[in-house]
Design a protein around this ligand. Structure first.
Ligand code: NAP
Length: 169
């Protein structure tokens, strides 16, 4: 099973100005379209509860696994949104055993970092938007030392590019 990080960053490496900020507030419509199409193709998304709170609703035709140690999302159908507090390795193993082909890791910083540290990530789709924040939430929030291989650059528009990397295992 392929595990892919999907993220949009500013030209200076931030994913948000603060925890409450939704990516839709600053990313391009082309990137939103890329995110929607890619995640619909994958079908299963994993995100932290802080990121989920910025969306706070199911996403059509996708299942969201929300990592949380304290929250419940019983108001949503478990086919659409499910709270999960187990070890991330266990969640990945179970998805793989169920025959899932790919899972999209959709943030935020704490989730991206944990998946990288546990060496669970195969690929990285990094959209670079033409904006700088100067301060805020960085893509990763702990030290990492991971080499990448550039697979391709996807042109979403004249202004917005996706760098698609493979993780060198
Ligand atoms: N630009 C982008 O592409 C992009 C993408 C995604 C997110 N973001 C932004 O990133 C920001 C949020 O990032 P963040 O790092 O602060 O928060 P986050 O990673 O979205 O969520 C962190 C929360 O998830 C839960 N959690 C974390 N690790 C867990 C684990 N191993 N098991 C169970 N629960 C776990 C904890 O919540 P509980 O208290 O519920 O246990 C923790 O407080 C938001 O501003 C969001 O908009 C940007």
């Amino acid at each position: 099973m392929k595990v892919s990080i999907i993220v949009s960053i500013t030209a200076d490496g931030f994913i948000a100005q603060n925890k409450e900020q939704s990516s839709l507030q600053w990313t391009s419509k082309e990137d939103t379209k890329f995110f929607v199409e890619y995640t619909k193709k994958v079908g299963v998304l994993i995100m932290g509860s802080t990121t989920f709170e910025t969306i706070n609703r199911p996403l059509p035709n996708r299942k969201i696994i929300v990592l949380t140690r304290s929250k419940k999302y019983d108001q949503f159908s478990p086919d659409q949104v499910v709270a999960e507090g187990r070890e991330i390795k266990e969640i990945i193993k179970e998805l793989e055993a169920s025959g899932q082909q790919e899972v999209a890791i959709t943030g935020g910083a704490s989730i991206y970092t944990q998946f990288m540290k546990e060496k669970l990530v195969d690929e990285l789709y990094l959209t670079i938007e033409p904006i700088v924040f100067g301060s805020g939430i960085k893509l990763f929030n702990e030290a990492l030392d991971q080499k990448l291989e550039l697979v391709e650059m996807i042109d979403l528009s004249g202004q917005t590019k996706v760098l698609h990397y493979k993780i060198i295992q």
